[in-house]
Design a protein around this ligand. Structure first.
Ligand code: NAD
Length: 249
């Protein structure tokens, strides 16, 4: 009897895990009017369900990206690396820029963890590999694929917020460094404008060696600019709806 009770309890917990994740996915998706969220869910699930959670290559998300392609507005694209909090504090308060997390896929999956298991048709949210446990885990592969699609769709003047409180604001192995920068195409993108977010203890400025590496990676024909901006100034501008976006920095 004890085994039956434990078994049922475990079954209920797993069912619950699976259902809540899907509910979160669908309800976040439905905020994007006119999207077929059931179809997008099925395209998402097929990428990792029933698979070894350390063997989900980014290409598995191709059908998902095809079902919900990111459509960023020209001149408003905001990329970031090691500045997640300050970027999203700004974009939540001001309607100036759009990040990947403002597109359907990015907003649906931000801060979520998921994986499948061989021989199972469930989605798990616990016991999944962490970001660095294995390279081809479902969460990491998703962000690689979605970031690639976002950068492919970029156009006009692109902005990137990088962290001036670390010694290498441009990290070649980050997603920004290894995927996004490399995929900006000069036939569509006019310029890349780095906003280097500094605090009192400024560690890096625009002359930082890593930013020279960034410029080398850029497609010829894309103009490059860099500006050091204090974090407090970004926060103030975020809270001042009167100030035009172009005057924030
Ligand atoms: P980054 O190094 O700041 O990493 C971005 C996010 O990836 C982190 O906030 C974290 O959620 C996850 N991450 C990265 N390394 C991790 C680790 N060692 N352990 C646990 N989690 C880790 O910046 P990046 O790699 O240059 O990626 C940022 C760019 O890529 C952005 O432009 C964005 O469009 C996209 N992106 C977004 C997310 C997200 O969670 N919303 C995740 C990855 C990439």
């Amino acid at each position: 009897l004890v085994f039956v009770i434990v078994g049922v309890a475990l079954g209920v917990t797993l069912r619950h895990e699976n259902d809540t994740f899907q509910e979160t996915f669908i309800s976040r998706c439905e905020k994007f009017k006119g999207s077929d969220c059931q179809k997008i869910w099925r395209a998402f699930e097929q990428a990792y369900v029933g698979r070894d959670p350390c063997n989900v290559p980014m290409e598995e998300y191709n059908p998902l990206v095809a079902a919900a392609p990111p459509q960023p507005a020209c001149n408003r694209i905001m990329l970031w690396s090691k500045t997640k909090d300050v970027v999203h504090d700004f974009t939540e308060k001001r309607d100036c820029f759009g990040t990947l997390e403002d597109t359907l896929l990015g907003s649906v999956l931000d801060d979520l963890t998921w994986c499948g298991k061989e021989g199972s048709s469930e989605t798990f949210t616990t016991g999944c590999p962490g970001w660095t446990d294995c390279e081809k885990n479902p969460v990491r592969s998703f962000w690689y694929r979605a970031s690639a699609a976002f950068a492919d769709a970029a156009c006009g003047d692109v902005t990137a917020m990088l962290n001036g409180s670390i010694s290498t604001p441009f990290y070649p192995t980050s997603i920004f460094g290894s995927i996004e920068v490399k995929r900006l195409n000069s036939t569509r993108v006019k310029s890349l404008n780095v906003v280097l977010v500094t605090e009192q203890n400024e560690v890096a400025n625009c002359t930082n060696a890593s930013l020279k590496d960034l410029q080398k990676e850029l497609d010829k024909g894309i103009k490059y600019n860099c500006k050091e901006v204090e974090k407090s100034q970004i926060e103030e501008c975020a809270s001042d709806p009167q100030k035009p976006c172009g005057a924030c920095w």
